[in-house]
Design a binder for this molecule. Sequence first.
Ligand SMILES: CC(C)(COP(=O)(O)OP(=O)(O)OC[C@H]1O[C@@H](n2cnc3c(N)ncnc32)[C@H](O)[C@@H]1OP(=O)(O)O)[C@@H](O)C(=O)NCCC(=O)NCCS
Length: 217
Amino acid sequence: MEKKYISSQEWKKRLRQEKPISKKEAGGSFFVHESSIVDDNVHIGSGTKIWHFSHILSGSTIGQNCSFGQNCVVGSNVKIGSGVKVQNNVSIYEGIEIEDDVFVGPSAVFTNVVNPRAFILRKSEFKKTLLKYGCSIGANATVVCGVTIGEYALIGSGAVVSKDVKPYALMAGVPARQIGWVSRAGNRLEFDTDGFAVDAYDGSRYKLEDENIVFLE
Ligand SMILES: CC(C)(COP(=O)(O)OP(=O)(O)OC[C@H]1O[C@@H](n2cnc3c(N)ncnc32)[C@H](O)[C@@H]1OP(=O)(O)O)[C@@H](O)C(=O)NCCC(=O)NCCS
């Protein structure tokens, strides 16, 4: 993981000077738009781009070749892998972990406290939410904290996920229910009578075994 970063003081100083920060100044490895703030003690991998009006909080780690759209927040101590795409208006709070190659659609919502109260501090009760490799979260979906979303699962737009999601599961609705299975490329899988499916996109093959997907090749 790259460990090049610019302190928030430095960003603010440059903002006041209204001078855009070039890739070279940013260590030549990642890009942060001048309207965004990156706190101290943040690790951002090379090739990552952080666009307008975003805030990356202290202690967070972001891998390589990620992109964050407009108005995104990465909370304290959040760990995000490489190749992650986060669309506009997404806040990733402390307690959420995102593995490599995850897609988070616009205005998706995460949570980290089950029973919030304005007058009770529940920082020590943050529940962990894990988005596993290659999964996708649709636009405006809500992920209630404490769940794990399996590898390559696909969450439909507007769904409310309140339970663990199996790898390759296609989920939709409120609360989210499984409406099918998807391939690694995100296409619906149609199984033959023996429980085999092929994705025409890349010829990848899958088997349905005991209500779980086994990736064959
Ligand atoms: C869930 C999803 C993958 C299903 O796509 P699909 O396999 O092509 O499904 P279809 O459009 O054939 O719809 C199948 C059924 O599911 C329903 N459905 C589709 N998407 C739904 C959703 N997000 N929530 C609830 N129901 C949904 C359809 O109304 C249809 O219902 P019916 O059988 O009663 O008529 C897709 O609709 C979706 O939400 N994709 C995410 C898009 C997104 O957020 N992109 C972000 C980047 S822009």
